[in-house]
Ligand binder design. Structure first.
Ligand code: KIV
Length: 257
């Protein structure tokens, strides 16, 4: 059975939420057993499509990947990032969020905070669409990577944004690259779960880009822990394959018709 939004909220102060990204069925069907939430992140722009940022990824590309990811899921809540410029106003946000959920059968959308889009969140929640917020370093709106919530003023601003997003009806908020002290305070000040990426252990859950965790992307900032080295496994396998092709050891009789 699919995890419900209310189960996610109920885990706050009880059990940390385990969240990861996926861009395809092959990965989501492995993650599903272990995750509360699987996010089809627009980070696929950088990771899969070799783009410099997430700004150009289209709604249809997100939908194609989200459809694939959803096919591998039996229990996790599947959240899809709304790409930049697909929620600039309430009419577009409603139309595009409905399209994402209708075409992919995923369960919720994620919206990055631009400092003033709580009305957009409210309008989607009113339609019955579960929304995950995203504050701190928001790649759709911030030009340069920078740790957020460093000063007292920034901390206060982030807490206020989190409260506004909670009041708009979001069921959780991603905190990206936020100073420990600020992430801790934000988490204390809202009733919905915070999900951290580079935002300390004081968040209610954690998320990483799966390709980073597996050592596949080669992206290794301080907040990433590499739990495996899939790159090495692929290299070894491909080397072996090459050797066998050259030596005429593959295909064998049992690989032939
Ligand atoms: O796009 C993404 O993968 C994300 C996560 C890093 C939270 O937004």
């Amino acid at each position: 059975m699919i995890t419900k939004v209310k189960n996610i909220i109920n885990k706050k102060n009880k059990s940390p939420l385990v969240c990861l990204t996926a861009y395809s069925k092959t990965i989501s069907q492995i993650l599903d057993k272990y995750c509360d939430i699987i996010l089809v992140g627009d980070s696929l722009a950088n990771v899969l499509y070799a783009m410099n940022n997430t700004h150009q990824i289209s709604l249809n590309t997100m939908i194609r990947h989200a459809y694939s990811v959803r096919q591998g899921i039996k229990k996790s809540l599947c959240v899809v990032d709304m790409p930049k410029n697909t929620y600039n106003n309430i009419i577009d946000a409603k139309k595009n969020a409905k399209k994402i959920l209708r075409k992919t059968k995923c369960h919720a959308v994620k919206i990055e905070d631009n400092g003033k889009n709580e009305k957009i969140i409210k309008s989607l929640v009113k339609l019955g669409i579960p929304v995950m917020g995203h504050i701190g370093y928001t790649p759709q709106f911030k030009k340069k990577f920078k740790i957020q919530g460093k000063t007292k003023l920034q901390k206060k601003e982030l807490i206020n944004r989190a409260i506004k997003i909670e009041q708009a009806g979001a069921f959780s908020i991603v905190l990206e690259c936020i100073k420990t002290i600020s992430a801790k305070e934000i988490t204390k000040n809202i009733k919905i779960p915070t999900i951290g990426i580079g935002a300390s252990k004081y968040c209610d859950g954690q998320i990483l880009v799966t390709d980073d965790l597996l050592g596949l992307s080669g992206f290794k900032p301080k907040f990433v822990k590499q739990y495996g080295n899939i790159k090495k496994i692929i290299e070894k396998s491909v080397q072996h394959y090459k050797k066998e092709v050259i030596n005429k050891n593959f295909p064998k009789k049992n690989n032939s018709y």
